[in-house]
Design a binder for this molecule. Structure first.
Ligand SMILES: Cc1cc2nc3c(=O)[nH]c(=O)nc-3n(C[C@H](O)[C@H](O)[C@H](O)COP(=O)(O)OP(=O)(O)OC[C@H]3O[C@@H](n4cnc5c(N)ncnc54)[C@H](O)[C@@H]3O)c2cc1C
Length: 621
């Protein structure tokens, strides 16, 4: 009998029409950090304008055409927000700005308020493009679990917030495709030809997966006996907490992913002790050995240790944790479409007239020194969402940020031949672990990641595809691999070393992935390396709640961040430190940062995430 949990309900996957007004938005939900300024009281007076009657949702093409045009009505009282960085954090913030304004607008309209919420004009600035940083390298495995099977801080809420954005991105992609098809048909008519409507062609590098989201679940196989015990131990409580993951036997794992390896020690143990299926919670803490090592052992200690050994012997084990509702996202395609969703929302009838979303490709070296950003009246709020490259902005240089930069390579594998014989099974889940295997479709697997300490801001800025030679070449053809740096090192690599490190990383990743899933071994000739990518994570400091992202006002970090006349802190915000949890947290963070930037109110940031980028510097000086 299968122990798999029911698959997600069909209703959860039904997309909401893009143009539909959404009264149950974050603003309406009353969740902390999500209230919209301008919806009541003093702030409303500041933000309201004249309501445009008979507004309608404009088509995607119309929205694109007028994206750069200055609007007429609403221009005078529009709020302007600049967001620097078009990764998970920046694009989610842009989308939520419009979502929150739309929700406030709908609320005001429903209340019969003849005055409306002021429009907002967002400028998204990036030195490369949307998803040009770590977000375009990330594997896209979405789930709320730790490697031991616990739920991360607000993990299920984070996943739910990300799923809302995925749905918005999918709707936007459909809308843009429909518009492109309309345009093709119109062109064909003009040319007097009667051609069949064709789908718009998109470059294969932009659409690595078959779809924005692959909904076949994810799975964490136990790669050691300890992990088999940990997963079995924490699964019941995590399920209760909304994680939806269930333990599975070795046979079930191999049915889910034919060809998957199960380590002999795990197989042996699961045969003897099948995984626990009940939802009872074991509160026993298995990290308590440390106290025994700190002093000579007493009789009581020995008794406790032997009781623990007995417990371990009888403890439940499992071959894997299966999360049927987990997703694999094509992150570049997802973010490009989420930005489209923001643009469509800005130009739809859901938001007040005068809203706009535009993108600028340029580098921001400093907020204060950037005339476009700091000119009086130019922007009401600036958000820095530059990921691991945040230190390239002057106000955040030096030791202002407590994040640790960690580089990592991922490799994309494609089947040799047409993929019909060797491809990843259509309904097989993605694989979590070190390394992980993220199927973007049957014909493309993303395997990652290496963990390389000592990355720099310069490394972060070269995120993306790494040119490399033939990775099956003898290593001596390449420059010898540079020694692995220590966590404290700052290293600058030559171009040859960059290529050499990428080749070595690819070999290492494929070798360890094929230990878990043998068909991937290069010598089998079934899969080959297509692309190697490199990116840098900004890891936040660990707290007792785990590794939480950071949101803060850029205030004490720079004198320029305080208005000389009013002595008020400027409405400049930093969001970062998403670490390895960017996918889970960015939806939630986007809502929080949007609310903070729209209101200028620090209280919109939950205390657990609040961080003043200047506080450390002030204390140190
Ligand atoms: C190898 C690897 C694998 C990963 N896998 C996963 C995963 O599977 N799941 C997961 O949740 N997370 C994963 N992560 C982590 C995830 O990628 C990050 O948490 C996330 O991408 C951070 O998003 P961000 O928006 O903060 O930064 P970024 O995505 O780095 O975006 C910052 C943007 O700012 C731009 N920028 C920087 N400086 C400037 C400037 N001065 N002026 C203008 N623009 C600038 C950059 O071009 C970039 O587009 C992985 C990371 C790496 C490196």
């Amino acid at each position: 009998m299968s122990s798999l949990a029911p698959t997600p309900s069909a209703s959860a996957a039904v997309p909401r029409p893009l143009g539909a007004c959404r009264r149950r938005g974050l603003a309406a939900s009353g969740r902390p950090g999500c209230e919209v300024p301008g919806s009541s009281g003093e702030k409303e007076r500041h933000l309201v304008g004249t309501r445009r009657r008979g507004s309608r949702c404009r088509s995607a093409r119309e929205s694109r055409d007028d994206g750069n045009e200055a609007s007429t009505a609403g221009e005078a009282n529009a709020r302007r927000i600049a967001i620097v960085g078009a990764g998970f954090a920046g694009v989610a913030t842009a989308y939520h700005v419009f979502r929150q304004v739309a929700d406030a607008h709908a609320e005001a309209t429903a209340d019969g308020n003849d005055r409306m919420v002021a429009p907002v004009r967002v400028t998204l600035i990036d030195e490369k493009r949307v998803a040009g940083g770590a977000s375009g390298v990330a594997a896209g495995l979405l789930h709320p679990y730790t490697p031991r099977g616990k739920i991360i801080w607000r993990g299920t809420e984070g996943v739910a917030a990300t799923l809302e954005l995925v749905e918005a991105a999918e709707n936007a992609e459909r809308a843009m495709e429909a518009t492109a098809m309309e345009a093709t048909a119109e062109r064909d008519e003009v040319n007097g030809e009667e051609k069949k409507k064709t789908r718009p062609t998109v470059s294969p590098r932009e659409t690595r997966g078959r779809a924005i989201a692959r909904r076949a679940g994810v799975c964490r196989p136990a790669r050691s006996l300890k992990q088999a015990r940990d997963l079995a131990k924490h699964a019941p409580a995590s399920f209760e907490a909304g994680g939806r993951g269930v333990t599975v036997s070795a046979e079930e794992l191999r049915r889910l992913i034919p060809g998957m390896d199960v380590p002999p020690e795990v197989l042996e143990a699961t045969k003897k002790r099948p995984s626990r299926r009940s939802l009872e919670v074991d509160d026993d803490d298995d990290d308590d050995d440390a106290s025994l090592l700190a002093r000579p052992l007493t009789r009581a200690d020995r008794k406790a240790a032997s009781a623990k050994r007995r417990r371990e012997k009888n403890a439940p084990v499992t071959s894997a944790l299966h999360i049927p509702e987990g997703l694999v996202l094509d992150t570049t395609r997802y973010l490009a479409s989420l930005w489209d969703a923001a643009r469509l929302l800005a130009s739809s009838g859901e938001t007040p007239e005068g809203c706009s979303a535009t993108m600028e490709i340029r580098t921001v070296a400093s907020i204060a020194g950037d005339p476009a950003l700091n000119e009086p009246g130019a922007y009401d709020a600036v958000v820095i969402a530059c990921g691991a490259a945040a230190g390239s902005v002057q106000e955040l240089q030096g030791d202002v940020l407590p994040t640790q930069l960690q580089g990592g390579h991922v490799v994309e594998l494609v089947p040799v031949g047409d993929g019909k014989e060797n491809g990843w099974p259509d309904d097989a889940p993605g694989v979590l672990g070190s390394p992980y295997i993220a199927p973007l479709g049957p014909e493309r697997l993303l395997v990652g990641t290496t963990k390389e300490y000592g990355a720099s801001v310069a490394d972060a800025r070269r995120a993306g595809e790494v040119p490399l030679g033939n990775i099956e070449d003898d290593e001596k053809e390449h420059a010898p691999r540079a020694p692995t740096p220590k966590p404290t090192d700052r290293v600058t690599y030559s171009r040859l070393e960059i290529a050499s490190r990428a080749s070595a990383a690819a070999r290492e990743l494929v070798a360890s992935a094929s230990a878990a899933y043998p068909p991937l071994a290069l010598e089998n000739g079934a899969w080959r390396v297509d692309v190697v990518r490199y990116g840098v994570r900004a890891n936040p400091p660990r707290s007792n709640l785990g590794s939480l992202p950071l949101v803060g006002r850029i205030s004490a970090a720079s004198d320029d961040a305080v208005d000389a006349d009013t002595h008020k802190k400027k409405n400049w915000w930093y969001v970062g430190g998403l670490g390895a949890r960017g996918l889970v947290y960015h939806g939630m963070l986007g809502a929080i940062v949007a609310a903070a930037a729209l209101s200028g109110d620090d209280a919109r940031v939950p205390p657990e995430l609040r961080f003043d980028p200047g506080a450390r510097r002030t204390v140190d000086e």
